[in-house]
Design a protein around this ligand. Structure first.
Ligand code: 13P
Length: 248
């Protein structure tokens, strides 16, 4: 059985004092869950959050990483830097980064490799735009993104990769794919992984849904056969709301 991973993506929100208060409030609300609880927070919150989650079941992730090990890349953060302070997860290839920061399938693939080499668990985002959906090419887009993301990554490594299916048109819009549509898309992604690595490996890979998940719709998504968790944006900014998603 795959475990459920519920990850919050705070995006560019929350100052350290707000983050610390958030952890204090969230901790008792999620302490009994069997699901993996992850918070992907801004770089400036990482250290504070890591100190404050000690002794809890809350795991911590970053929202991006540079694809080189080190060097003259002003303003960037390396995988080794994240690992050095005990960050466990890192979001890679979020559609906002593909859209606003010119991330490509190639840079995303490099980032996944450097994350894995340094012992971080990547949460890799794939998803179609509204235009692509209307053209009827959703499955082509998401399977291609998945294949390119995983190029050169071996069997043992891919088990530690999480894929997040996030339809771009569903992010922050209040619109969601139906739970059945999301489940079908995720099955396609799993089939693609199976083509590369075989069925046994594909069955182990965690594939989340993301896009306007909230407490009122979480159960619908998270009880589907192939949806192994959620990547939650807006609704991860309030401890009580986020805890309801975790405890769906
Ligand atoms: P929303 O939950 O705000 O739609 O954002 C989803 C997302 O982008 C998570 O990475």
């Amino acid at each position: 059985m795959r475990r459920k991973v519920i990850a919050g993506n705070w995006k560019m929100n929350m100052l350290p004092d707000e983050a610390i208060r958030f952890i204090e409030e969230l901790t008792p609300l999620v302490k009994d869950t069997e699901n993996e609880v992850v918070l992907c927070v801004p770089y400036t919150d990482l250290f504070y959050v890591l100190l404050n989650v000690q002794g809890t079941n809350i795991k911590v992730g970053a929202q991006n990483v540079h694809f080189e090990e080190s060097g003259a890349y002003t303003g960037e953060i390396s995988a080794k830097m994240l690992k050095s302070i005990n960050v466990e997860y890192v979001i890679i290839g979020h559609s906002e980064r593909r859209q606003y920061f010119a991330e490509t399938d190639e840079t995303i693939n490099k980032k996944i490799k450097v994350a894995i080499t340094n012992g971080l668990k990547p949460i890799v985002c794939v998803g179609e735009t509204l235009e692509e959906r209307e053209k009827g090419i959703t499955f082509d887009i998401i399977t291609k993104q998945t294949r390119l993301a995983l190029e050169g990554i071996d069997k043992d490594q891919v088990k530690n990769v999480i894929i997040a299916y996030e339809p771009v048109w569903a992010i922050g819009t209040g619109k969601t794919a139906t739970a059945d549509e999301a489940n079908e898309a995720i099955k396609k992604i799993r089939e693609e992984i199976s083509k590369i690595y075989g069925n046994d490996i594909a069955e182990c890979v965690i594939i989340q849904y993301g896009g306007s998940i909230k407490s009122s719709n979480a159960r619908e998504f998270l009880t589907k056969s192939d949806i192994d968790g959620g990547l939650v944006g807006g609704a991860s900014l309030k401890p009580e709301e986020f805890s309801k998603i975790v405890n769906y």
